[in-house]
Design a protein around this ligand. Structure first.
Ligand SMILES: Cc1cc2nc3c(=O)[nH]c(=O)nc-3n(C[C@H](O)[C@H](O)[C@H](O)COP(=O)(O)O)c2cc1C
Length: 407
């Protein structure tokens, strides 16, 4: 039965959805239920948050033109990506430090992904080692998102582990060679990684732990920080997280490589046969270069507006990227996608698939795995309904002709 019908029928017996369906209410309720630090970190945007606004106004700048009397009773959302048929052009965005939202973190999202068959992109900054997430996913599809660290050995190790976990693609995030300027987190002076959160892929990695040991041998009698009350509190948090101070310190040294350049991609290309997608592409020339470097897909993303303030919205950037790529490799999009109609617009503008970001984290925060699952089900249901009500029966029929630009 359709999700909408199930919800209304549930209401007859007094059952309401576990998490709000309205995207704005979902966000507000979830942020209100979290600690201040968690809410700031998850909702944070760069600078004045103008990029987050651009993501939304980018979608609002296009309007759908529904067509009538086209039998839509037999429709399908199925989409094929890299040879795998998916239930819909939808994946979960890689989102780190999910323990801020719920103690079940990535495992709960894996349960939701498995229940809906929506592929999960496992984050490099997850709160749970990828092997545990993969075990929860069973035979449901998963990709791995990589941050290119300053250690090539670590990059190789993470990619090898991802292959062992059955990842069907590697997504290399390019827009975070350094952390964006996020006033809310700066005002709270809060970065979860320094408390040992969101570094489980590192602390579970043999190469990373070898690097930690090598540093310990070199460190000798380095001065210890003064034991203030806050420092003690952080130490307690660290102990609870299972990470050691040495591991956190090493993480801060290796996690990013600001020198990363196009020439580095060959290293990865030689080490995996999996499709590689570049995440953070906003300029058509960069998409062109990605193809020239042997990449298998591009992901139009601005990291949910968390990196550069005042940058182009992804719905604005997508048409030019899709036009240049011209079907040679899949083009995906995320940032600011808040419902099934946004998914429809992105597909109409040239995206082969779309990533859901913060909304599933809000579902997770409110009701764990069941909450994340409901959010994904709502996206699927609204996308399906948008197809039905606009007169299309398959994803391939959704094209630029379905939209007009707001004058
Ligand atoms: C709290 C948070 C953590 C994130 N962590 C990662 C990450 O570990 N790796 C990554 O590639 N992107 C990360 N992202 C970006 C998402 O993959 C995605 O691009 C973004 O959430 C899309 O924007 P939206 O949430 O506004 O839809 C993160 C985003 C948020 C909000």
């Amino acid at each position: 039965m359709e999700r909408q019908t199930l919800v209304y029928l549930g209401g007859v017996s007094g059952r309401r959805p576990k998490v709000p369906v309205d995207p704005a209410v979902l966000e507000e309720t979830a942020l209100g239920a979290m600690t201040d630090e968690a809410a700031s970190y998850i909702s944070a945007g760069a600078g004045t948050r103008a990029t987050m606004d651009a993501n939304r106004s980018g979608f609002a700048g296009w309007r759908i033109v529904p067509r009538m009397l086209r039998d839509t009773s037999g429709r399908t959302m199925e989409t094929t990506l890299f040879g795998r048929t998916l239930p819909a052009p939808l994946l979960t965005a890689p989102i780190g430090v999910l323990e801020l939202a719920h103690t079940d973190s990535d495992v709960a999202v894996a349960q939701a992904a498995r229940a809906t068959r929506v592929p999960m992109i496992i984050s490099n900054q997850a709160s749970t080692p990828m092997e545990e997430i993969a075990a929860t996913l069973g035979d449901s599809p998963r990709w791995f998102q990589l941050y290119w660290s300053s250690s090539d050995d670590l990059v190789e190790s993470l990619v090898g582990r991802a292959e062992g976990c059955g990842a069907e693609a590697i997504v290399v995030t390019l827009d975070t060679t350094q952390l964006g300027w996020r006033p809310r987190d700066l005002d709270a002076a809060y970065l979860p990684f320094l408390r040992g959160k969101g570094i489980a892929q590192y602390t579970s990695d043999p190469v990373f732990n070898r690097l930690v040991e090598e540093s310990a041998e070199d460190a000798g009698d380095a001065p210890k920080p003064r034991p203030t009350l806050s420092a003690i509190r952080t130490l307690i948090q660290l102990t609870r997280s299972g990470a050691s101070r040495a591991q956190v310190q090493k993480f801060t040294q290796v996690y990013s490589r600001p020198s990363l350049a196009w020439e580095n991609l060959a290293f990865l290309r030689e080490r995996t046969k999996l499709p590689i997608l570049l995440k953070g592409i906003l300029h058509p020339d960069d998409a062109e270069r990605a193809i020239a470097e042997g990449m298998d897909g591009v992901l139009v993303s601005n990291h949910g507006g968390r990196q550069v303030d005042g940058s182009i919205g992804t719905a604005e950037a997508l048409p030019a990227v899709a036009e240049r790529v011209a079907g040679r490799v899949p083009v995906l999009l995320d940032s600011g996608v808040r419902g099934g109609a946004d998914v429809f617009k992105a597909v109409a503008l040239g995206a082969d698939a779309v990533l859901v970001g913060r909304p599933y984290v809000y579902g997770l925060a409110l009701a764990g795995a069941a909450g994340a699952q409901e959010v994904l089900e709502n996206f699927l249901a609204e996308f399906d309904l948008t197809m039905a009500l606009t007169g299309v029966t398959s994803v391939g029929e959704i094209g630029p002709g379905a939209l007009v630009r707001v004058p």
